[in-house]
Design a protein around this ligand. Structure first.
Ligand SMILES: NC(=O)c1ccc[n+]([C@@H]2O[C@H](COP(=O)([O-])OP(=O)(O)OC[C@H]3O[C@@H](n4cnc5c(N)ncnc54)[C@H](O)[C@@H]3O)[C@@H](O)[C@H]2O)c1
Length: 433
């Protein structure tokens, strides 16, 4: 099929690359000129494993065409995926301006009988609103659908190639429903995963409910970890003992400084706003959000208790990205903690394998280092804030020698406490004695 993807970010580009790999002809559009310029040279403006290779190959074969022009992208598109950003507003609601702007442009150029699919995470009712916006500006017949995205940054390509499920929400009108669902089922036919065919509003809420539930698991295990700290128990073993129950599952039971990134914080807050605007008191979700915000503060409290004042203290930080295998620092717990340390007068040096440039754009005072061991120079403490694999095996004796005080605070429970203590470090983590 001919597909247009609007928005060349994590979601849009990964979908574009995978649809092209499956043999569809894909146009990918972004309003940011620089991103399209890079794409035309087969380059990607962010770090995501496996993606550049796929993009390079598809662009070279002309299976994937990057463009800034809606006219070019939509000329022959049977299906249009809207993958633009939906960042949070101050109130916690989603800022839908990118989505509405895309809808206005789509209305000008869409081809007869095409399907406009909302892939961005949007509050309930948005896909219907998009239909209204487009309908007001065109006489051409078209349909809308909602197909939320579940990829995870750092493994986006394999998540998209091997999805757990493909959710397709269509309008409840019977004839349209069958036709649109058929088109979208055909489009995804080479991909595995269960199909969930439902109505628009249900599809929209499936995405929020999934992220809110995962966030709940994280906040839950973090509260258990805090309790473990008080009673001298080990949260890693608690999580293992719980997770072996298939009704619970092992995933997302890793205690730490809380969730971050461009999705969980924004989506939990947006769902909470949806509840408020529908006069529903979603008490559990409110607590999940609060626990997550407190978790990074509690970690800073541990550092402060150990070091006394933070004024003029040298702090080495390992990890800036919100998780491993990405350069994304949006809503990263590491970024908050570093900003608070700097506000309290500490000198912070940091290393991250991929996210240093992005972090520096936000925290100008941050000193970045080329190697992980460099952050240890004259450091009063070392903080591990992102779970990069490479931080598990660092030259610890060398690091200890460079530090003023050999103290490690592990905000991701990444290191084995027994083995690191053998090197003579004072080591503290989350919920482990
Ligand atoms: N990043 C993830 O892990 C992830 C996972 C699942 C769902 N989502 C959701 O998918 C959506 C996109 O997320 P993302 O991380 O890919 O965002 P992103 O910020 O990486 O990409 C969005 C892109 O849209 C472009 N854009 C903005 N307005 C535009 C317009 N009017 N026309 C064309 N392009 C425009 C931007 O330049 C940007 O490149 C969001 O709603 C997000 O919540 C993200």
């Amino acid at each position: 099929m001919n597909i247009a993807i609007i928005g060349a970010g994590y979601v849009g580009l990964t979908s574009a690359a995978v649809f092209a790999k499956l043999g569809h002809k894909v146009w990918v559009l972004d309003t940011a000129q620089e991103k399209i310029r890079l794409l035309k040279h087969g380059k990607v403006h962010f770090y995501e494993p496996q993606l550049p290779e796929l993009i390079r190959g598809a662009v070279k074969k002309k299976q994937l065409v990057p463009t800034e022009s809606y006219a070019v992208a939509l000329k022959s598109a049977d299906v249009i995926f809207v993958c633009v950003g939906t960042p949070p507003l101050e109130t916690g609601e989603s800022d839908l301006s990118q989505v509405f702007h895309a809808a206005e442009q789509i209305a000008k150029y869409l081809k007869k009988d095409c399907v406009v699919v909302m892939k961005s995470t949007v509050p309930v009712g948005t896909t219907e609103k998009i239909k209204e916006i487009i309908k007001k500006k065109t006489a051409v017949s078209f349909d809308v659908a909602s197909s939320p995205e579940f990829l995870r940054e750092g493994s986006a390509v394999s998540n998209t190639l091997y999805p757990d499920r493909i959710v397709i929400g269509v309008e409840s009108n019977h004839t349209a429903k069958i036709l649109t669902a058929k088109i979208l089922l055909k489009l995804h036919e080479k991909l595995l995963g269960e199909r969930v065919i439902t109505d628009l509003r249900t599809a929209e809420i499936i995405k929020y409910a999934s992220n809110a539930f995962l966030a709940t698991k994280i906040s839950f295990i973090n509260e258990i970890a805090n309790l473990c700290d008080s009673v001298g128990a080990n949260v890693d073993d608690v999580a293992l003992g719980m997770g072996l129950d298939p009704r619970i599952g092992k995933a997302f039971l890793k205690a730490g400084i809380g969730y971050g990134g461009s999705c969980f914080p924004k989506d939990t807050k947006a769902l909470h706003r949806v509840a408020i605007s529908n006069a529903y008191n979603f008490k559990l979700l409110k607590a999940v959000i609060e626990v997550n915000q407190t978790q990074r503060r509690l970690f800073l409290g541990k550092v402060r208790r150990e070091l006394g004042t933070l004024e003029k203290k040298n702090i080495g930080v390992l990890g800036l990205a919100f998780k491993n295998n990405t350069d994304d620092v949006r809503e990263s717990a590491a970024m908050d903690i570093i900003q608070w340390l700097i506000n309290e007068g500490a000198n912070v040096k940091a290393y991250d394998p991929k996210a240093m440039q992005n972090a520096k754009k936000i925290i100008h005072k941050l000193k970045i280092c080329k190697k992980p061991e460099e952050v240890a120079l004259k450091a009063d403490a070392l903080l591990i804030l992102t779970e990069w694999e490479e931080f598990k095996n660092l030259p610890w004796p060398l690091i200890k020698k460079k530090m003023r005080d050999a103290i490690i605070f592990d905000g991701r429970n990444l290191i084995n406490p027994q083995s690191i203590r053998k090197y003579g470090f004072k080591y503290m983590s989350i919920g482990r004695p």
